[in-house]
Design a protein around this ligand. Structure first.
Ligand code: N0T
Length: 535
């Protein structure tokens, strides 16, 4: 035992999710870790030379994790013959740049379709059946109702995980794996092939019913409503229990996708037990199931996925809509680690506020804009400044996630992209903070509020880090003795190798003669603020 403590310490603990203050955090090499990530374009990891120049850009951006696809067609070019070179060089290059990886398993499904399956699967459509639509057409989507399909995918995935264990269990360059990508049925809410029809007419599995009963009070409103409307039946066909509507068909689809993804994940975990998740392409408002990619781990189907896929550690949203805050909040639920594997898209000024809000307000384990390799000018990229700032603050953030000593604020937007710039308030102990977006000193027309946001970290009763961009903060004392809140000091600074290094002492015009804190509108910055009260 003594020996174990000193030898192979890096492999002592695999990446895993650990609960802290009631929220799920990701541990890497035995310590909590924030994913300051970026996802590669779909074809960018298919050629080593062409990806090569981007690694330095990722480093300049302060990225600590790259999300990279691994294509089934490339790792199993012939059935049972594996070629892991596309995984091996990715790991080598990531290590060389001190960057971690999340592997995206582009297997049976990539955005509904099955274009990443090997040629021998594509061509053998008799052995690997496709989805048949209501109008009798077939599609390039593998059927979820074929044991051959799921077993063949699971076999390839398990082989990949086995290989990963061999090459990476000591170093943990790969910290998580995404199973498939944006699974979702189109153009109908469910499949219509012979097995799918027979299954639709059969009984709802007991595993699903039991989950509904056990979680009755915690079900999402949509599932609860559909189940209740049909009399909360505890047995019967899908149509008996959920009805015959597209919404009922989508539940059926979600269940079968969930158990498929679960089989794949389970086979992988039995080789190498890394955290695994499934991502969702979010639906649009007022569009019926079948007209958007249906049955994926969408907010209204999370219960079905949780019931069907116990080997999937969490369900994650890809957010391309302007109402980021609204959509991301739908994935905040007990036991579901919050991770945003894709956000629209690298290079947008909203990325910084999205990031601060997800990590500081919703306790996310990480954030990762899509098409990160499309960024060329890393030095002037605001996301890079935000990443640098968060990696400095990470020890405080990771300690305080799940408590009310860590908060974040940003302007919110509706689906149409209209910003709500109203002030926000927050209480920290005996102080009330009012957060306004923008600088009172600059013309409104010169400001870009969608780039503004702040994280507030309380380190002591009267001590805070206020970090971000373009935010004004005022203070009120909540003491009942008539005392007034004042700023004792506000010091602009940064962290160097984990140590706070004071820069300028802010006062005078920079604090409006002691009246408020103002974070620069042009760049991210941190102020260490001490408050006091007087009468
Ligand atoms: C994503 C990406 C990639 C404004 C699209 C997002 C990625 C996949 N799908 O570039 O294909 O692999 O997961 C779909 C979001 C569409 C909504 C756009 C509304």
């Amino acid at each position: 035992l003594g020996l174990c403590l000193f030898v192979g310490n890096a492999s002592a603990e695999l990446p895993q999710l650990v609960s802290h203050n009631g929220v799920e955090q990701l541990h890497v090499e035995g310590a909590p870790f924030l994913i300051l990530g970026g996802e590669l374009g779909n074809s960018s990891a298919s050629n080593r030379e062409q990806l090569q120049p981007h690694w330095e850009t990722f480093q300049t951006l302060g990225i600590n994790t790259i999300l990279a696809p691994i294509n089934w067609e490339m790792i199993e070019p012939n059935e049972g013959n594996f070629d892991f070179s596309s995984l091996d060089w990715l790991i080598e290059d990531a290590r060389e740049h001190d960057i971690k990886l999340v592997i995206l398993w582009f297997g049976s499904w990539k955005n509904s379709m099955s274009s990443y399956v090997p040629a021998w699967v594509k061509r053998d459509w008799k052995r690997f059946p496709r989805v048949q639509t209501a109008d009798g057409n077939t599609t390039e989507i593998l059927s979820a109702f074929s044991d051959t399909n799921v077993n063949t995918d699971a076999n390839a995935y398990a082989a990949m995980m086995k290989h990963l264990k061999m090459v990476d269990a000591e170093q943990n360059t790969v910290i998580m794996v995404q199973v498939e990508n944006e699974i979702g049925m189109l153009p109908d809410a469910r499949e219509h092939g012979p097995i799918a029809e027979k299954t639709w007419a059969g009984n709802v599995p007991q595993q699903l019913i039991e989950h509904l009963i056990a979680n009755e009070d915690a079900l999402t409103p949509e599932v609860r409503k559909i189940w209740t409307t049909h009399g909360k039946k505890t047995a019967g066909s899908w149509a008996d229990v959920f009805g015959k509507t597209p919404a009922a068909e989508e539940i059926f689809t979600a269940w079968h996708y969930a158990i498929y993804a679960d089989k794949v994940a389970k086979a992988g975990k039995s080789e190498y037990n890394l955290p695994m998740y499934v991502n969702a392409a979010l639906d649009r408002p007022n569009v019926l199931p079948g007209k958007y990619p249906s049955g994926g781990p969408l907010p209204h189907l999370l219960d079905i996925w949780k019931a069907g896929a116990p080997n999937i550690d969490f369900l994650a949203p890809d957010i391309y809509y302007p109402n980021y805050v609204e959509r991301v909040s739908e994935y905040v639920r007990p036991g579901n680690a919050l991770f945003i594997p894709e956000a629209n898209r690298a290079g947008r000024i909203e990325s910084g506020p999205d990031l601060l809000y997800s990590i500081g307000e919703l306790d996310a384990i990480g954030y990762s804009p899509f098409a990160i390799d499309s960024i060329e000018d890393a030095k002037n990229e605001p996301l890079g400044q935000a990443y640098k700032m968060l990696s400095d603050l990470a020890p405080h953030i990771l300690e305080l996630q799940g408590t009310d000593h860590l908060r974040a604020f940003r302007p919110t937007s509706n689906y149409e992209g209209e910003l709500d710039l109203s002030d926000r308030t927050a209480i920290f102990g005996n102080y009330e903070f009012t957060i306004s977006f923008g600088s009172p000193w600059r013309d409104k027309s010169e400001q870009s509020p969608s780039a503004y946001g702040a994280m507030i970290i309380q380190t002591n009763d009267e001590e805070f880090y206020i970090a971000g961009r373009g935010v004004t903060v005022k203070f009120k004392s909540l003491n009942t003795d008539g005392s007034v809140a004042g700023i004792e000091s506000a010091i602009n600074g940064e962290f160097i190798e984990g140590e706070w290094k004071a820069g300028r002492w802010f006062n005078g015009d920079q604090t409006h003669q002691g009246r408020h804190i103002l974070l620069d509108t042009e760049k991210y910055s941190i102020q260490k603020v001490k408050l006091y009260t007087y009468q």
